[in-house]
Design a protein around this ligand. Structure first.
Ligand code: SF4
Ligand code: SF4
Length: 335
């Protein structure tokens, strides 16, 4: 079974981390079953967030009795120290624990530092002093903030999107995190569903011994797929290399990752799916995308008032309204 040491934390986790965002969408009993099955089959690292509605509660229900046997990271999107403390207490209650292994700032637009006016990093230090958290982490989709977090030396871990579609700049961040002894937690290892070959995704990431991917898991067959890689880790084959090269060519450049940070849209447009519809149509089952409901969602693009809120919030610098327009044109042709 592949293992990863998370940098200076010295925490050792299974290479298969469990991303607990998707378990929001399933019933509690089903989530508890999935989480416990993951644990009994060797997974020991679970990542969640205060923003993932009841995900923390489900983790608490599954693991409170074996707390010390697993590693939990969660996240706070707090913008002020007061909210930070409220969220930390809520997370501890939900997770039925008195400590969090890695507490992360959730995609902040800046890199919190001691003494800055937000007071967030000072609150982190105080929480660590009180024993409520063990290590301080940060998650981000922006290269600029990730780079500042690495250079600051203030963070034990960095959670950043990393998959085989990574750019040279992304790779530099991955390598610099290692050079600075930071744990590297890879989110979006399937690029929000655009990578459909999980074996190739796993095999690619396996080349980086310091990278701990967290796979978003909602269904038992998805869990089984990743569990099978523990016994038989996929190796990069020529066929996989060819597939990766093809995907890089097709998906290179400015594609929507489906992260949803540009939302909500005042016109109710489901941007995180509509802005990558052309790719979804060609890379995943299309029946629901083309259903009456799917068509209604795409038609809402006609209501765009070009307020540019989404464009300003997109961490990838995408021209989101233009992307929506192009995807809608293509969708109508596809229909
Ligand atoms: S530009 Fe259009 S899609 Fe973007 S937030 Fe404004 S209304 Fe919504
Ligand atoms: S447009 Fe940007 S922010 Fe919005 S879902 Fe896509 S990648 Fe994320």
């Amino acid at each position: 079974m592949d293992q990863v040491i998370l940098g200076k934390t010295k925490i050792k986790v299974n290479k298969n981390g469990f991303g607990a965002l998707p378990i929001q969408r399933i019933e509690k009993k089903d989530a508890v079953y999935l989480l416990q099955k993951a644990f009994y089959n060797g997974m020991n690292y679970f990542d969640t967030a205060r923003w993932y509605t009841d995900s923390e509660e489900k983790l608490g229900a599954a693991f409170s009795w074996i707390r010390e046997k697993i590693i939990i990271s969660t996240k706070t999107g707090a913008q002020t120290a007061d909210v930070f403390w409220q969220e930390l207490e809520t997370s501890l209650t939900n997770l039925k624990t008195d400590y969090i292994d890695i507490y992360q700032f959730h995609n902040p637009s800046f890199c919190p530092k001691p003494g800055d006016e937000s007071g967030l990093y000072d609150a982190m230090l105080e929480a660590k002093k009180q024993g409520k958290i063990r290590f301080i982490g940060i998650t981000n989709h922006r290269q600029t903030v990730a780079r500042k977090a690495i250079d600051s030396g203030l963070y034990d871990t960095l959670q950043f999107p990393f998959c085989y579609l990574a750019s040279e700049e992304d790779l530099q961040i991955v390598n610099d995190a290692k050079a600075n002894d930071m744990g590297f937690i890879a989110m979006k290892a399937l690029s929000g569903g655009l990578i459909t070959d999980s074996q190739a995704a796993y095999a690619y990431l396996r080349q980086f011994d310091h990278v701990a991917p967290i796979w978003g898991i909602q269904r038992e067959n998805e869990l089984d797929e990743f569990l099978s890689y523990q016994e038989n880790p996929p190796m990069l084959t020529d066929a996989m290399e060819a597939k990766i090269a093809g995907d890089r060519k097709e998906l290179a450049g400015n594609f929507c990752r489906g992260c949803g940070y540009c939302m909500p849209c005042p016109q109710g447009i489901e941007i995180n799916n509509c802005a990558r519809m052309s790719l979804l149509l060609r890379r995943s089952p299309s029946a629901s995308l083309l259903s009456a409901e799917g068509q209604a969602k795409m038609k809402k693009i006609e209501d765009c008032i070009h307020c540019d809120q989404c464009k300003e919030k997109c961490p990838y610098g995408l021209d989101t309204p233009e992307l929506l327009r192009k995807n809608y044109e293509d969708y109508k042709t596809f229909l």
